[in-house]
Ligand binder design. Structure first.
Ligand code: NAD
Length: 409
């Protein structure tokens, strides 16, 4: 029941990055029967009652700040990190070219030196335009895309590089009138992440923030989403080390162990890591990663720390070493250590697709505002709530159960 045979436009911000490329190659491969759906949460039978958009109903386009092509990106990940076979890239080539033709130049406003100095950055919108005009252009690109592919609905997925850390959002982000006024007057303080989310809502799209960059959770933009009746969720995909942490930490709580220290050390070497090698961008990522663990343990005495370092030779293959020092009966101190060796983009891509499908489904159902049931997918769930992975997964299952049996237009 509820099955749907419509088309959903998926607008990728960061359209030639690692996650975007793995999404594009993966969807093309699954469509041709060259790969299965392992890693895709929404392929589990429990999601059937929702009537999610089929994978071949997703049509991709997007914004990017680097020149190049998706085919070249796929080849780069193939040769550098061994992500795909050459047969797979060849099979997907036609589709990658079609998507490439739908990629438009984006904005890197306020993105800082690490992003602006990425290899191949060119043709940015802000060299000619003011923030308000940039939003207009971004929204026009999104609308044109939706019309050109005859999409019934549009979902914007932010998979762009992590913007530099800011201690607090600009004042004008506190409410929609202040935001609109600041846009109109060309005020300083706008960043690309905000402009893309604003453009998405103006274009009538739902919005997913897979990055730690401030965007739709800012009060002004949440207000815009509510006003337009659109759903959104974020932020920062929970794909690897934090997933492990939020699955393990509840065990320490349930067994009344006191966690004295939890050190997490991550090394990897892809383009995301190049950006995170800049201390300002790094802080934007690590501040959020720590919050999930602290939230579950709830003990302010626990020493927690997350470090991320750039190790070029590892490329997309992240190694995370976690050291957990904890205390049990009679104060006896014990240690748990684990090593996670994951392929970053391959972990992220299916979850990005899951989020697109769930958000698209909410859009179709007329659900607006923050999609709290997606919290299991994020390190910093917009809308708050527990970080406990199992509690979040139960909440998602309850959401599905509540909707099972209902029909949608
Ligand atoms: P990536 O560096 O491979 O891709 C990012 C792409 O975004 C690049 O092609 C870059 O040119 C482009 N870009 C940068 N700024 C842009 C802008 N303002 N507008 C349009 N395009 C822009 O990174 P990735 O590994 O694909 O990760 C993407 C994002 O997802 C990062 O913010 C990362 O921190 C986040 N994330 C990744 C994972 C994971 O890979 N496991 C998990 C959680 C969050």
């Amino acid at each position: 029941m509820n099955s749907v045979s419509t088309r959903t436009g998926v607008w990728l911000v960061g359209a030639r990055g690692g996650i975007a490329t793995c999404v594009a190659v993966g969807l093309a491969a699954i469509k041709r029967g060259l790969a299965g759906t392992e890693g895709l949460v929404t392929a589990r039978p429990m999601f059937e009652p929702l009537g999610l958009i089929p994978l071949d109903g997703l049509v991709l386009g997007g914004h990017e700040i680097r020149t190049g092509s998706l085919r070249a990106a796929a080849d780069e990940y193939r040769t550098r990190a061994g992500l795909f076979s050459s047969e797979l890239v060849a099979a997907a080539a036609g589709e990658l070219d079609e998507i490439d033709a739908r990629i438009r130049p984006g904005t890197a406003l306020g993105c800082g030196p690490a992003i602006n100095s990425l290899d191949g950055v060119a043709g940015l919108l802000e060299t000619k335009l003011r923030p308000a005009q940039i939003v207009d252009r971004l929204a026009a690109d999104m609308r044109e895309f939706a019309a050109s592919v005859r999409a019934d609905r549009l979902v914007v997925l932010n998979v762009a590089s992590t913007e530099p850390y800011r201690a607090a959002p600009p004042d004008f982000a506190r409410d929609l009138p202040s935001f609109e006024k600041a846009l109109a007057s060309g005020a300083d303080g706008f960043t690309a992440g905000m402009l893309y989310a604003c453009a998405a809502f103006r274009a009538g799209a739902a919005y997913v923030n897979f990055t730690p960059t401030p965007a739709s959770e800012l009060p002004a933009l949440s207000e815009l989403a509510e006003k337009k009746g659109l759903p959104h969720c974020g932020k920062d995909g929970k794909t690897g080390e934090t997933l492990m942490k939020t699955a393990l930490a509840p065990m320490f709580v349930e067994r009344n162990f006191r966690v004295l220290a939890w050190e997490g050390y991550n090394i990897f070497g892809n383009r995301d890591a190049v950006v995170l090698d800049n201390p300002d961008n790094n802080l934007a990522k690590t501040s959020g990663k720590d919050a999930a663990l602290r939230g579950i343990l709830g003990d302010e005495r626990t020493h927690t720390r997350v470090r991320i370092d750039y190790t070029p030779s590892l490329d997309d293959w992240k190694t995370a070493w976690d050291f957990v020092h904890f205390q049990g009966w009679l104060g006896t101190k014990m240690i748990l250590q684990f090593i996670w060796q994951g392929c970053d983009s391959m972990l992220a891509a299916p979850l990005a697709v899951d989020l697109v499908r769930l958000t698209d489904n909410s859009l179709r159902r007329g659900e607006k505002g923050i999609l709290r049931h997606t919290a299991a997918f994020f390190k910093q769930p917009v809308g708050g709530g527990t970080h406990d992975f199992f509690a979040q997964s139960r909440a998602l299952a309850e959401y599905v159960t509540e909707r099972a049996g209902g029909t949608v237009a």
